[in-house]
Design a protein around this ligand. Structure first.
Ligand code: PLP
Length: 481
């Protein structure tokens, strides 16, 4: 493809994308295919000779779109929001064109420096303590990771190294493996599956602690677990607290948990996973939910969830970056440069992979196009739509709301046993006009309706509720309570 053809096809692609997004409401939200659908549609081998791009273009509608679940449809209510916006898409286009691999400052200074500045902007927008910012006098700063899961793993590994080093200073007779076998990390029974998985990947115990009736992890529960584990000879070293759990968007009590982690005898690493709800702290009225954030060592949010940024872009802030740099330092000659350590980070030390994309471009484009007020308006609109939906649920006496509606998520169910709500979900998915997923919290089977798409409006919410009501009519007729 030469540059003329690139411009022609590029224009066509941009038109295709904008039509796709503007008319997405008209598409059936859920794909209509079964596993293996694509095999008969494509040859078994790559084309021997070049094909005209017009032929490739035709196949988007024929082969790709039937197998797409339309995450940006206002009828899509599964999981949590997945960010999207035109400026963010443009940012990725430019990043792909520049195509630098910015693992050190020297490999493309703009890639590192824009990330330093935009993560500081974002940290300030959220009201994070100064210590988390690059411009603070300490060793703090933000870094873009690809996912919140990767961040939890990274923090857990850094915490593991920190505790191993500390413990071996006072227990010189024990080798690293012996100490590792005694480490125990904590999280709540509501935290994302990636937290438990980090324990598996990091080869340490990860205990899931019970939550209270608001699905929140409380200090007393953590304190008891630590006492029990210490009595059995274990070494508590890490807590991953959640602000906005995956199941119900519950908030752990940082004001109780923080002082326990940070007291002298425990000195545990506190990581805060605010993957979804963290974006809401851009609105001052939600910041009371992160009281106690000052106790954290690391904090992360996913702008690729709820801040208009296309996957992938997850931001992690750390107060003392030397805990990453020193923990995972390898320094072959080909990665060194003469400006290392002179006022800009080499982000290769702050992450698991070596290579990294120029992701801050899409964050920068989005922040400049929307401004803080635009992002606030987007968050507030989603929260108010969730409240509207909650009211519709409460007005129909067949339903109950399972958890407080704080952000853009409503957890609700048909009153009665779990089976009735399970049948309702089957009916909704069979119907296919909207998409929801379930959660099981404290043995209660609940449906989760997340407000996901930027373009969702009150009519969409009313439409989704009417689909839920008609599916409920059918289920309750077939299986009377
Ligand atoms: N943490 C929470 C609270 C989540 O809800 C999710 C995903 O929904 C994750 C972490 C995982 O996010 P990621 O896909 O960026 O790893």
């Amino acid at each position: 493809m030469n540059s003329e053809q690139f411009c022609e096809n590029g224009r066509k692609m941009v038109d295709y994308i904008s039509t796709y997004l503007e008319k997405i409401r008209d598409r059936h939200v859920v794909h209509n295919v079964t596993p293996g659908y694509m095999r008969p549609l494509l040859p078994t081998e790559a084309p021997q000779d070049p094909e005209d791009f017009a032929e490739v273009f035709k196949d988007i509608d024929k082969i790709i779109m039937p197998g797409v679940t339309h995450w940006h449809s206002p009828r899509f209510h599964g999981y949590f929001a997945a960010g999207n916006s035109y400026p963010s898409i443009l940012g990725d286009m430019l990043s792909d064109a520049i195509g630098c691999i910015g693992f050190s400052w020297a490999t493309s200074p703009a890639c590192t420096e824009l990330e330093v500045i935009t993560t500081d902007w974002l940290g300030k927008m959220l009201g994070l303590p100064e210590e988390f910012l690059h411009r603070s006098p300490g060793r703090g700063g933000g870094v873009i990771q690809s996912t919140a899961s990767e961040t939890v793993l990274l923090c857990l590994l850094a915490a593991r190294t920190r505790t191993l080093d500390k413990y071996q200073q006072t227990h010189k007779h024990m080798d690293e493996m012996e100490v590792m076998a005694k480490l125990v990390g904590y999280t709540s029974d509501q935290s994302n599956s990636s937290v438990g998985r980090s324990g598996l990947l990091g080869a340490v115990r990860m205990r899931k602690l019970d939550t209270d009736d608001k699905f929140s992890l409380r200090g007393e529960t953590l304190r008891k677990a630590i006492e029990e584990d210490k009595a059995s000879g274990l070494i508590p070293f890490f807590l991953c607290a959640s602000l906005g759990t995956t199941g119900t968007c519950a908030f752990d009590n940082l004001e109780e948990l923080g002082p326990i982690c940070k007291c002298k005898q425990e000195d545990m690493w506190l990581h805060i996973d605010a993957a979804y709800a963290g974006s809401a702290f851009v609105c001052p009225e939600f910041r009371h939910l992160m009281k106690g954030v000052e106790y954290a060592d690391t904090f992360s949010i996913n702008p690729h969830k709820w801040m208009l940024i296309n996957f992938d872009l997850s931001v992690m802030w750390i107060k003392d970056s030397s805990l990453l740099v020193d923990a995972f330092n390898v320094d072959p000659v080909y990665l060194r440069h003469e400006n290392a350590g002179k006022g800009a980070p080499d982000y290769r030390h702050w992450q698991i992979p070596l290579g990294r994309r120029f992701r801050s471009l899409k964050l920068w484009f989005m922040l400049r196009s929307y401004g803080v007020t635009g992002v606030q308006a987007y968050i507030r609109k989603h929260v108010s739509l969730a409240k509207e939906f909650e009211q519709m649920v409460l007005n129909d006496s067949r339903f109950e709301v399972v958890a407080d509606v704080i952000m853009g998520l409503v957890c609700f169910r048909l009153k009665g046993n779990n089976t009735t709500t399970e049948r309702l979900l089957e009916e909704i998915l069979q119907d296919g006009r909207i998409y929801l997923i379930p959660a099981i919290v404290h043995n209660i089977y609940t449906l989760r309706l997340a407000i996901c798409a930027e373009r969702t409006n009150s009519d969409d919410i009313a439409f989704s509720f009417s689909v839920i009501q008609s599916c409920s009519d059918r289920v309750l007729k077939r299986f009377p309570p």
